[in-house]
Design a protein around this ligand. Structure first.
Ligand code: PMV
Length: 327
């Protein structure tokens, strides 16, 4: 008998890139989840399998052995998860063997927070299986460690949103604040299918900042105003204002050079179909865009983004973060 836990993916609604320089950003948990099932083994191996990535392998006595898929990729994917499991085992007080099976409905490497959602789900599943008392704050802390292992110096926004769910305002020096959003925020997420590197996009922005410091300063100030107005519009459920603010935010990101042809193509398609606003989400340079549409127009915008070649889906805001699915 095992325990299954799940955690949601995210989109950055406003403020990406400027958040790196201390400005606030707004993230929203979406109804695409990563699932992790944990079971006790009779030996000492930590065995991981990812059903969606078709990878498996195990850790034993400090060594990793791949069983399915590319061994290097398997190690890269499973080492951060081992880091999370080790921390739960530390609280548990002794080492035991476990089977961890991951199944995620979140597109990978698209800026939707797939690795953090998996890490939060694994942490919660192992904690519940071993009857270890771990709070949501613990799940956040442990999955943040796993993210640091995987990505170097992440801001922490992904593990926070996959643990707590809902809508969060995030700022580097003040942390996370939930935003109470009563209305539905009907979003269409369009994946360009173009791979991108967050690191490369972040360094692109840094060189723009160094070359044009005064212009960057005023863009940064504008980004802050957009985020603060967006927080108010979210509370009011004012979709029209949110649409405008998304367009303003995208114009800034375009100016920084982090949009590309594939994103512009999908953004334009969504607007032609009547989206209230659209922007790239996350690091840019490929990856995903989001469009906001009024209730009656969601399907139309979805179809337009799909016809333009995007792998698109409707994303709903989800209030629940990490949760136990079954015992
Ligand atoms: O890689 P993504 O899509 O989760 O987005 C990164 C967001 C940035 O603001 C560009 C970088 C960061 O660390 O916040």
């Amino acid at each position: 008998m095992g325990v299954t836990a799940s955690a949601p993916a995210k989109v950055i609604l406003f403020g990406e890139h400027f958040v790196v320089y201390g400005e606030p950003a707004i993230v929203l948990a979406i109804d695409k989840r990563a699932y992790a099932k944990a079971e006790i083994r009779s030996d000492n191996k930590l065995f991981f399998r990812s059903l969606n990535l078709k990878l498996s392998g195990f850790f034993e006595d400090g060594n990793f052995r791949a069983e399915e898929g590319d061994p290097k990729e398997a190690r890269v994917r499973f080492e951060p998860l081992k880091c999370a499991v080790d921390q739960v085992l530390k609280i548990f007080g002794r080492n035991i063997g476990l089977n961890i099976e991951v199944n995620s409905t979140v597109p990978v490497a698209a800026g939707l927070g797939s690795s953090a959602a998996v890490a939060s789900a694994v942490t919660a599943a192992v904690g519940a299986l071993l009857n270890v008392k771990i709070s949501r704050e613990d799940v956040f802390r442990i999955s943040f460690e796993a993210e640091k292992f995987a990505h170097g110096t992440p801001s922490g926004v992904d593990p926070a949103i996959s643990t707590f769910g809902g809508v969060l305002m995030f700022q580097m020096d003040t942390g996370f604040k939930p935003i109470e959003v009563k209305a539905d925020i009907p979003l269409i997420v369009g994946h360009t299918g173009v791979g991108r590197s967050t690191r490369v996009q972040v360094s692109k922005v840094r060189s723009v900042k160094e070359r044009y410091p005064q212009i960057f300063e005023s863009m940064r100030e504008t980004a802050r105003i957009i985020v603060l107005e967006a927080a108010e519009a979210l509370k009011r459920g004012d979709l029209e204002t949110l649409g405008y603010l998304m367009n303003f935010n995208h114009a800034l990101l375009y100016g920084l050079g982090v949009s590309d042809e594939s994103l512009e193509w999908l953004i334009n398609a969504s607007k032609k179909a009547g989206a209230l606003g659209a922007k790239l989400t996350g690091a840019g340079g490929g990856g995903c865009m989001i469009a906001l549409a009024e209730g009656g127009n969601v399907e139309r915008v979805l179809e337009a983004v799909q016809r333009a070649g995007g792998h698109a889906f409707i994303a709903k805001k989800i209030d629940e973060g990490v949760r136990i699915e079954s015992n």
